[in-house]
Design a protein around this ligand. Structure first.
Ligand code: SF4
Ligand code: SF4
Length: 140
């Protein structure tokens, strides 16, 4: 994970509802890249107190404290989260079309790779692009 721009200050989602579009929620059969019917976009969850366990447990990297305030996913256009299946990388899910190619997101991806993380980028169209760190011998 990126240690640059890390804050211990508690964060809340605020008006961000990006992961309610980007991520799947098996418990309610919500697929990736579709708005959850319980989401009021830009406001929050209509059933916050009774939301599924997966929603309660989920925290994107920004909410954990990674990145400056301006990296909040609805502003940055991507949601960064741990690859929970493999515990070995990061998933960057595009929320705003074209955001994956922005200078800031490109910088973030480079930082992850430089720290040895595998990065899986998924675009708004669902195209996956796994990016591997370069072997040490080829980065010299
Ligand atoms: S993407 Fe992060 S900040 Fe935005 S709603 Fe989800 S957990 Fe909160
Ligand atoms: S149940 Fe609530 S928190 Fe979970 S995806 Fe839907 S709107 Fe978001």
């Amino acid at each position: 994970m990126l240690m640059k721009h890390f804050t211990n200050e508690p964060r809340t989602c605020g008006e961000c509802t990006a992961c309610c579009w980007t991520h799947n929620v098996k418990e309610i059969r919500k697929p990736m890249r579709r708005w959850c019917p319980d989401c009021t976009q830009g406001v929050g969850c209509k059933r916050y107190e009774t939301r599924p366990g997966a929603c309660k447990e989920f925290s994107c990297a920004w909410l954990w404290g990674y990145g400056p305030d301006s990296d909040r996913p609805d502003k940055l256009g991507v949601v960064q989260s741990a690859d929970l299946e493999n515990w070995s990388g990061v998933v960057i899910a595009e929320f705003t079309p074209g955001a994956m190619d922005s200078p800031r997101v490109t910088e973030i991806i480079r930082e992850y790779i430089a720290h040895g993380s595998r990065v899986n980028c998924v675009s708004v169209k669902g195209q996956w692009a796994p990016l591997e760190p370069k072997p040490a011998s080829s980065t010299a």
